[in-house]
Write a protein that binds this ligand. Structure first.
Ligand code: HEC
Ligand code: HEC
Ligand code: HEC
Ligand code: HEC
Ligand code: HEC
Ligand code: HEC
Ligand code: HEC
Length: 383
């Protein structure tokens, strides 16, 4: 009994130290709810970085930075870290304000202004009323689409996805992808395509770490796909890491993620076959290149390698793809395919270069402002 107590004592002391260390975080969180709306919404005007998130054991990526500066710095350059902001954010607003965009019939010409109430759009000559623009989705590496929440008699809250988007390609405003040209059923729908229920919630879900739509606002918002979106709430890990040198494995940390759970993780947003119609899955039109997990899952590289191939075989999940060189991509293929290795076949055409161009060609979708590499890795008939 006595020995047990002596054993426990250091832990009690550590626990006390840890609680003290953790308390300032809670202070910050409490303070935060008294900050101006922008900050409380999880955003600061300047960078779109979260102020301080909060619920259910989330601590925010700034806390992770303390011990994982390397991954933090990499992630800060990734599209994941910039994919949700306020429309009034300087960077975003400057791409719209003072500009016009003629959508054509039956919508009209949009004119954008930024003033103390934020960014808004109107249709000059039609009505003086302007339509407020609230959120901006997309990092702007390729495109930015604006989204506003509004009151709706039937649904309570609905989202309008604005009809004009900004495209990096030629620094222009153009039609938002994926919106059919139907006759608008209401004045609000002239400004944006209406999304309700799950579609609205999922739009926020895929571009943020936490947040749900209720009463025309996003409750518990932490913008962007941050550390804790993939790794889960970090409060307990941080508590343990502060208490001991080698904390036990954290949530779905590297050693716990198997191939299947990892493809589920990335596919949750990058799309799994379940999100695609059966007809499309059967015919596999070029546009499915946008949904990398769908292609990868039908590749022989995946099917015949018994779990050895997953997204992180080729992608560091923290590092933006724009920083990865072609040589690094080829090195990934050659991990398995090289003449010296008898366990895998090698290429009779080129054993050391150009793999991506021939076996994962890029399809450009001008309407999306970018292109995608077909992850159904195979010999293309035209080669
Ligand atoms: C919560 C949703 C979500 C999850 C989970 C997710 N992504 Fe993404 N991903 C996005 C969004 C949204 C973008 C678009 C970012 C932008 O606006 O530029 C993106 C962009 C990317 C890009 C291109 C942008 C860049 O800077 O490189 C890569 C590569 C990528 N994701 C890989 C992954 C991998 C690998 C995983 C799994 C480990 C993953 N993603 C998990 C939502 C997600
Ligand atoms: C199932 C998850 C998911 C949903 C739902 C979703 N997105 Fe995305 N979004 C992504 C991913 C993943 C990307 C990365 C590139 C791609 O696949 O187009 C992306 C990319 C984007 C981009 C381009 C970013 C860039 O610079 O490349 C914009 C803009 C965008 N989404 C807006 C929206 C809007 C607006 C909605 C809701 C109406 C929405 N998304 C719904 C996952 C999602
Ligand atoms: C898009 C999902 C995603 C995001 C966002 C993300 N991670 Fe990871 N992280 C992963 C995956 C997947 C692995 C496993 C990598 C592997 O097995 O190669 C991982 C591994 C790790 C590891 C262990 C391996 C290593 O690289 O040291 C650490 C630590 C880590 N992440 C920290 C972070 C931090 C800190 C952030 C935020 C700044 C973050 N992660 C953001 C998906 C993500
Ligand atoms: C006080 C320091 C500290 C803080 C803060 C911290 N970590 Fe860690 N973390 C560690 C240590 C120590 C390890 C174990 C050694 C290693 O893998 O680097 C670790 C390991 C990890 C791993 C790999 C776990 C595994 O099972 O392999 C992930 C993922 C991770 N941390 C994510 C995060 C995220 C996300 C945050 C922010 C929410 C965070 N960490 C905050 C110290 C910390
Ligand atoms: C984890 C190991 C692994 C990696 C990494 C890998 N492959 Fe494969 N790949 C396989 C396996 C297994 C097969 C089935 C034939 C064999 O056993 O070699 C295959 C088959 C192929 C085929 C023939 C497909 C068909 O339908 O006939 C091509 C082409 C190919 N891989 C190209 C690539 C390219 C390009 C890369 C890099 C972008 C790559 N592979 C990365 C394991 C891998
Ligand atoms: C065999 C290697 C390999 C695997 C496995 C792989 N990718 Fe890729 N991925 C690539 C290459 C190569 C590119 C193109 C890089 C470039 O040139 O920009 C790419 C590009 C991307 C992009 C940027 C948009 C595009 O399509 O060009 C995203 C997002 C992405 N991959 C997500 C994923 C996800 C999610 C998984 C897991 C389901 C995955 N990748 C598995 C090799 C791979
Ligand atoms: C110029 C286009 C081109 C380039 C570059 C290229 N390949 Fe190929 N690859 C082909 C063609 C065409 C075939 C089919 C050859 C045949 O069946 O005779 C093929 C076949 C393959 C096969 C299947 C071989 C088999 O025996 O079934 C693999 C694996 C492969 N390539 C991997 C790679 C890798 C890895 C690289 C980069 C180091 C690469 N390829 C570069 C065009 C290319």
């Amino acid at each position: 009994m006595k020995r047990g107590f002596v054993f426990l004592l250091p832990f009690v002391v550590i626990l006390w130290l840890v609680l003290r260390a953790v308390l300032p975080i809670t202070d910050l969180v409490a303070q935060d709810s008294r900050l101006p709306a922008e900050k409380a919404a999880g955003l600061t005007g300047e960078t779109g970085v979260e102020a301080n998130p909060v619920e259910d054991g989330y601590v925010g990526r700034e806390v992770c930075r303390e011990c994982h500066a390397g991954n933090y710095d990499l992630h800060a350059m990734h599209g994941h870290a910039h994919t949700f902001a306020l429309a009034s954010d300087k960077e975003v607003a400057s791409k719209f304000a003072g500009r016009e965009f003629d959508y054509g019939e039956p919508y009209g010409k949009y004119e954008y202004t930024q003033d103390e109430d934020g960014l808004s759009v109107r249709i000059p000559g039609q009505s003086e009323e302007s339509f407020p623009l609230q959120y901006a989705l997309g990092s702007g590496h390729h495109a930015i689409t604006l989204l506003s929440l509004a009151k709706d008699a039937e649904k309570g809250t609905v989202a309008y996805e604005h009809r004009g988007s900004w495209f990096r390609d030629r620094d222009r405003i153009g039609r938002t992808p994926g919106q059919p040209l139907t006759v608008p059923e209401s004045e609000a729908e002239r400004f944006g395509m209406k999304h309700v229920d799950n579609v609205m919630q999922k739009c926020i879900y895929c571009h943020t770490t936490t947040g749900t739509v209720a009463d025309q606002r996003i409750v518990g918002l932490t913008a962007n796909v941050n550390c804790e979106k993939c790794h889960g709430p970090g409060a307990e890990h941080v508590r343990q890491a502060r208490a001991m040198k080698e904390p036990p494995p954290f949530s779905i940390g590297s050693d716990k993620w198997d191939t299947e759970s990892e493809i589920q993780l990335c596919g949750d947003c990058h799309r799994l076959p379940e999100a695609i119609t059966l007809k499309e899955l059967r015919e596999y039109p070029d546009k499915l290149a946008r949904f990398q997990p769908v292609g990868l899952l039908r590749s022989k590289c995946f099917i015949q390698s018994e779990g050895a191939l997953r997204c992180t075989t080729c992608h560091n999940p923290h590092r933006t793809i724009s920083e990865v060189s072609e040589a690094e991509h080829i090195a990934n293929c050659i991990k398995c395919h090289q003449p010296e290795k008898t366990s895998h076949v090698s290429c009779p055409v080129s054993a050391s270069e150009g793999c991506v161009k021939c076996h994962m060609p890029k399809y450009d979708f001008e309407s999306l402002g970018t292109g995608f590499h077909d992850h159904w890795i195979r010999v293309h008939p035209e080669d």
